[in-house]
Write a new protein. Sequence first.
Length: 399
Amino acid sequence: MNRNQFPILSREVYGKPLVYLDNAATTQKPLCVLDAMREEYLNVNANVHRGVHWMSQQATELHEAARETVRKFINARSTAEIVFTRGTTESLNLVASSFCEGFMKAGDEVIISTMEHHSNIVPWQLQARRYGIKLRVIPMNDAGELDMEVYQGLFNAHTRLVSVAHVSNVLGTVNPVEEMIRIAHAHDVPVMIDGAQSAPHFAVDVQQLDCDFFAFSGHKMYGPTGIGVLYGKEEWLEKMPPYQGGGEMIATVSFEETTFERPPLKFEAGTPDYIATHGLATAINFMTEIGMDNIRAHEQELTRYATRRMQEIDGMRIFGTATNKDAVISFLVGNIHPMDMGTLLDRLGIAVRTGHHCAEPLMNRLGILGTVRASFALYNTKEEVDVFVDGIKRVAKMF
Ligand code: 7TS
């Protein structure tokens, strides 16, 4: 991997070389992504899907080519199944809003898990208030693995949807979603997968998973902010009511009656961020050129190496020790407050995340207020892990 693609990684903070380990929050962007977006603004900027003029057609072609790139990336059957959104959060809100409106009534239930990000909890709670639906929560063991027996027992005649994270942003647990989907489908219940922390790290095949919905964010996979994806099986997207109204999503409009476009446009009201979709496609091409399996292997090695080295430290507690774990390590050392650890590491040039990581119910389950979290990307190195581990040791000595 050529780190020169990421000039920001060569900068210093507080006179120290930056060690960026907050990739689960957002990743840095390679030059090819920035160049592609600048190039489009400079040469082919025009609104998409509407113009007869040359530039609008060029911009539309780039935008729709990006949809095809995304389709291929997750192996969806058709580009009709690829809805562009602002990110995972909007994708989840879209499904919560449209699915509940279309298919749920008071007393119906949605199954989520203990380790969900707030964006896979709160949208359901908002709909719960509106429609009187209930949330059922899959518990986990101390290693941070979901209890599959309890999960199977949560299904009943009122279960309408399962919505779970593919990978936990705190514990790094890779949930057995393929099996979970199989179980849900045996009960005729569709499944939504929050792929915010999986799509950046390993190959995802939505047809193989057989998930009904899958969400991810561009900015966590070397793409721009403000763009994300909702994959939905065509049969669901056809049946679901629209999320927002406006231009692009309609077929005909009169004051008496409006008819809607077919998916995906039905769910894309207003001018899409067509510059960002091109940026996202460029990021996907950047990743697939390196190879998702190579990215996975590199990040797995870093995670294993970091875990081993961190265990040298007295009082080290790592949260999330699942057998199948991805590139995230949450930890605490002795009684050191995570904010203190994060702030002092920052002074050494090391960027980590601290706090509840938008997963307060998970913190409650763990009986803690927060953790320090290091998360890896394809550009991180073993040398950076060494700096990080030495940094923790230095901070620990100060207490
Ligand atoms: N789901 C998971 C599992 C996430 O990790 C995140 C963001 C989201 C959903 C929301 O994604 P967004 O792009 O719509 O904001 N997670 C984090 C994080 O761990 N630190 O900052 C953001």
